[in-house]
Design a protein around this ligand. Sequence first.
Ligand SMILES: Nc1ncnc2c1ncn2[C@@H]1O[C@H](COP(=O)(O)OP(=O)(O)OP(=O)(O)O)[C@@H](O)[C@H]1O
Length: 260
Amino acid sequence: MSTPNQSRTETPLLSLRHLKKSFGPVHAVNDVSLDIYSGEVIGLVGDNAAGKSTFLSLLTGYNLMDSGEIYYKGRPVTVKSPRSSRQELKIEMIYQNLSLAPDLPIWQNLFLGEEITFAGIFNNRRRMINESQRVVRELNAKANPTDLVGTLSGGEQQLVAIARALLFSRELIIMDEPTAAISVAKIDEVLKLIRHLKAQGKSVLLVSHRLEDILTVADRIVVFAHGKIKQIMENRNISLEDLVHAMFDRTPEEEVKDVH
Ligand SMILES: Nc1ncnc2c1ncn2[C@@H]1O[C@H](COP(=O)(O)OP(=O)(O)OP(=O)(O)O)[C@@H](O)[C@H]1O
């Protein structure tokens, strides 16, 4: 197994090698290799149609790759489905729309599809509520496990989605535009949660068009363009201008001019 990042000696949580996925003539992901380490936050950026979502879908099992290899802690894994991504790669994907059921209480949302049962038959409601209480408290949320998700604020709903990752001991949390649908006041809370996950040794892959969020929390920034990784930047003293330049080869002023 070749390593694109020679500077670190520990075994990566995930090693991705030469991932490829095409849709007809479109090479959406074209020979992407990346190491993801435990306890790091990676920001994923790129222009529209750069291939970010397709790349993530190969990790979460929603699309099957045409070729390439994925190693979990050095062991080769074939991702066959979303379930195998969750169970074998320990990935939790948090979508922009959060994919929560508003009419169900927090505890049922947390255990949806992965219920704790008595001998595989009856749901163990009491245990699921207790476990939910534990993770909700760990995240310093004020909500109760029996509260309906639909009654929670956008920020609290984020928390429920993140609590799922803690509950099932996922190791990589992928967040797709987590700050797009919430108020500016709540953005800091989400960034705080990302730091909390990192402090727990979890890895976070953060996709966001809010580059200031990426610059605030990411350890490394991966720039996608035309289905490939164009650049991997250590997030040290990077300015917004540097990042925009890496993404578009243009200055932010030129970007703004183009938008108007
Ligand atoms: N299911 C699909 N069928 C056909 N083409 C697809 C499919 N999914 C993605 N593509 C194409 O693959 C390319 C990469 O798209 P992708 O959604 O991965 O980019 P992205 O970087 O996530 O873009 P955005 O930031 O706009 O969401 C695009 O040209 C897109 O049209």
